[in-house]
Design a protein around this ligand. Structure first.
Ligand SMILES: NC(=O)c1ccc[n+]([C@@H]2O[C@H](COP(=O)([O-])OP(=O)(O)OC[C@H]3O[C@@H](n4cnc5c(N)ncnc54)[C@H](O)[C@@H]3O)[C@@H](O)[C@H]2O)c1
Length: 255
C-alpha cells in the first residue's frame, strides 16, 4: 500500500474542551488550519467567540459550557452533531490545577473540583462521545491530556492534581482496550511544562527557574508545541496507535 502523506483531517468534526485555554487554543487553531471543523468548548462565551473569530476555515462553533455536570454532556454533543453532522475527534484539555505548599493544606473542596473537572467529567465525556462514534460506525479518535505528574507524582504542591492525571493515563488505557473493537482509538498527551496561565499559577520566578533547570531542552514549551502531537494522534498517521501516552516534556521525563 502506498504511503499517503495527507493527514486526513480535512472536514473532520472535532471537539476541543478547554478550547480557549493556553494549549487548547493552539490545538483549535491547528485543527482549523488543517481544514477540520472545530467546536471550541470552554466556560466563557466571550473567549470562545473571540477564538472562533480568529480561526481559519470553518464554520466553527463557540460553545460556553461547564463540563462538571455530566448530565449536560449529551446536549453538548447534540449541538456539535447538529451543526457538523457528525463527530470524529474529541480532544480534552480542560483541567484545573490547585497548588498547595503542603499536603496538609489540601482541602476536600480542592480534591473535589480537580477530580470533578479533570477526571470525572473527562470519563463521562469520553463515554458520551464514544456512544455517538459507535452509532456512526466509522470509528473515531479520543485524545486526553495528562501531565508529567501522572508519573512523577507532581511537583510544586500538585499531589491532588497529579492523582487526577494518573487516573487519566489508566482511564485512557482502559478505554483504548474497551473501544478498539469500535475502531475508536484513545490516547493521551503528557506535557511537562508549557508556558500557560496554569503552569505559572502559584509559582514564583525562582520556582519556575528551578523547573526549567531540570528540562534538558532548557525552556518551557510554547503552548503551540503541544498541538503537533494532538494533530498527529487525530491523523491518518496514527491509525495503529491506541492506549499510548505521548511524553512531550522536552526531556524532563524520559520513558
Ligand atoms: N501548561 C502546562 O505546563 C501543563 C503541564 C502538564 C499538563 N498540562 C495539561 O494540559 C491541559 C491544558 O492546560 P493549559 O496549561 O492550557 O491550562 P489552561 O488553564 O490555560 O487551560 C485550561 C482550560 O480549561 C478550562 N476549564 C476549566 N474548568 C472547566 C470546566 N468545568 N468546563 C469547561 N472548561 C473548563 C479553563 O477555562 C481553561 O481555559 C490540561 O489538561 C493540563 O492539565 C498542562
Amino acid at each position: 500500500m502506498a504511503f499517503n502523506i495527507g493527514s486526513g483531517l480535512e472536514g473532520k468534526s472535532v471537539v476541543v474542551t478547554g478550547g480557549s485555554g493556553g494549549i487548547g487554543r493552539e490545538v483549535c487553531l491547528a485543527f482549523a488550519a488543517a481544514g477540520s471543523r472545530v467546536a471550541v468548548v470552554d466556560v466563557d462565551q466571550t473567549r470562545v467567540d473571540a477564538l472562533v473569530a480568529e480561526m481559519e476555515g470553518g464554520p466553527h462553533l463557540a460553545i460556553a459550557h461547564d463540563l462538571r455536570p455530566v448530565s449536560g454532556h449529551a446536549e453538548l454533543i447534540a449541538k456539535v452533531v447538529g451543526a457538523f453532522g457528525r463527530l470524529d475527534v474529541l480532544v480534552q484539555t480542560a483541567a484545573v490545577l490547585i497548588r498547595r505548599a503542603s499536603v496538609f493544606d489540601v482541602s476536600e473542596a480542592d480534591w473535589d473540583i480537580q477530580h470533578d473537572v479533570n477526571l470525572k467529567a473527562s470519563f463521562f465525556l469520553c463515554q458520551a462521545v464514544a456512544r455517538t462514534m459507535k452509532e456512526q460506525g466509522t470509528g473515531g479518535r479520543i485524545i486526553n491530556f495528562t501531565s508529567q505528574g501522572w508519573m512523577s507524582g507532581g511537583f510544586g504542591g500538585s499531589v491532588a492534581y497529579a492523582a487526577t492525571k494518573g487516573g487519566i493515563v489508566s482511564m485512557t488505557r482502559g478505554l483504548a482496550r474497551s473501544l478498539a473493537k469500535d475502531k475508536i482509538t484513545v490516547n493521551a498527551v503528557s506535557p511537562g511544562a508549557a508556558d500557560t496561565a496554569m503552569m505559572r499559577s502559584g509559582m514564583d520566578d525562582a520556582a519556575l527557574a528551578g523547573t526549567i533547570a531540570q528540562i534538558p531542552l532548557g525552556y518551557m514549551a510554547a503552548p503551540s508545541e503541544l498541538a503537533g502531537s494532538v494533530l498527529f494522534l487525530a491523523s491518518n498517521h496514527a491509525s495503529y496507535i491506541t492506549g499510548a501516552t505521548i511524553n512531550v516534556s522536552g526531556g524532563w521525563l524520559m520513558y
